[in-house]
Ligand binder design. Structure first.
Ligand code: ZN
Length: 249
C-alpha cells in the first residue's frame, strides 16, 4: 500500500486494491471471455487498480457492487433467447453509478478520458446527478449452429463480462468521439452503453440522441422496463470486440 491520492474522494490516505469488476460478481459467472481495454488485449477480468482508499472501497463502492451482484443473481445470470423480451427491475441511480464506476475504473487502467469521468465522481460517491448523461441497453441472444457431423443444433451463449470504449460505425467516428465518451458494459446477455458528454453545454437530450446510433433502448429512470427482443446474437456481439474502431481524438 502506498500513500497517494484516492481516485474517488481525493483524500491522501493509504490506498487499497479495487477490482475493476466486483469480486463477488466474478465469483458468480464462469466467464469465457474476459476483456479489458488495456492494450486492446483480452485479459482476465479480475484486474485490480490500486488507487482507491479503504473507506471508498469498502463503503459506497462496495454498496454499488452489492446492488450489481443482486442484479446478477436476479437477471444477468439468465440468458435471453431469440425473440424473447425480459423484465428488468433495478435501482436506477445505483445501477447507473455502478456502470460509471466500472467504466471509470477501466478508463483509469489505460488513463483514457479521465477528465470526463472526473466530472462524474460526485454522482458515483454521493448520487449528485450530473447535468447530462444517458444509458441505453440491448440484449444478446445465443448463436445457433449445426454440430458436425450429426447436424444437432447447438447454442453458443454470450457468456462474457467486458467493459470498453465503443464508437458507432453508422456515424462519423471522429466527430462522435470529439463530442461523447461512449462505453459498453456487457454482462452475459445484457449490454449497457453509457454516454457522457465531453462538453459541459451538451444536454441530456443530446446524449440520448447520440445513443440512437447504437442498438437498443434508453434505460428507463423508473427502474422498471422490458429489455428485448435481442438486437444481435453471441457471435456478432463477440466479433465486435475486434471490429470496434479505436477512438482517436
Ligand atoms: Zn477515497
Amino acid at each position: 500500500m502506498t500513500a497517494k491520492v484516492c481516485a474517488y474522494c481525493k483524500e491522501e490516505v493509504r490506498l487499497t486494491r479495487e477490482h475493476i469488476w466486483p469480486n463477488g460478481f466474478l465469483k458468480r459467472g464462469d466467464f469465457d471471455l474476459k476483456f479489458s481495454e488495456r492494450a486492446g488485449k483480452t485479459f482476465r477480468a479480475d484486474l485490480v487498480i490500486a488507487d482507491v482508499c479503504e473507506p471508498c472501497n469498502n463503503g459506497v463502492l462496495s454498496n454499488l457492487d452489492d446492488h450489481a451482484c443482486q442484479l446478477y443473481d436476479r437477471r444477468f445470470s439468465k440468458y435471453v433467447e431469440p425473440l424473447a423480451s425480459v423484465k428488468f427491475s433495478y435501482d436506477y441511480s445505483k445501477f447507473c453509478r455502478w456502470l460509471l464506476k466500472v467504466s471509470f475504473n477501466s478508463a483509469r487502467s489505460v488513463e483514457r478520458d479521465l477528465e470526463v469521468f472526473e466530472r462524474h465522481i460526485s454522482y458515483i460517491l454521493d448520487g449528485v446527478r450530473p447535468r447530462a448523461f444517458a444509458v441505453s441497453t440491448y440484449s444478446i441472444a445465443p448463436s445457433s449452429f449445426k454440430r458436425q457431423p450429426d447436424g444437432v443444433i447447438e447454442k453458443l451463449y454470450p457468456q462474457m463480462a467486458r467493459c470498453g470504449p465503443v464508437i458507432p460505425v453508422s456515424v462519423n467516428p471522429r466527430k462522435f468521439y470529439q463530442s461523447y465518451v461512449t462505453r459498453i458494459i456487457q454482462i452475459n446477455s445484457f449490454a449497457f452503453i453509457l454516454c457522457l458528454p465531453r462538453h459541459s453545454e451538451t444536454s441530456v437530450r443530446q446524449c440520448q440522441n447520440a445513443l440512437r446510433a447504437f442498438p437498443g433502448q434508453l434505460l428507463h429512470p423508473s427502474g422498471e422496463m422490458r429489455i428485448g427482443p435481442p438486437a444481435m446474437a453471441t457471435l456478432e456481439a463477440a466479433d465486435g470486440i475486434d471490429n470496434w474502431p479505436e477512438p482517436r481524438g
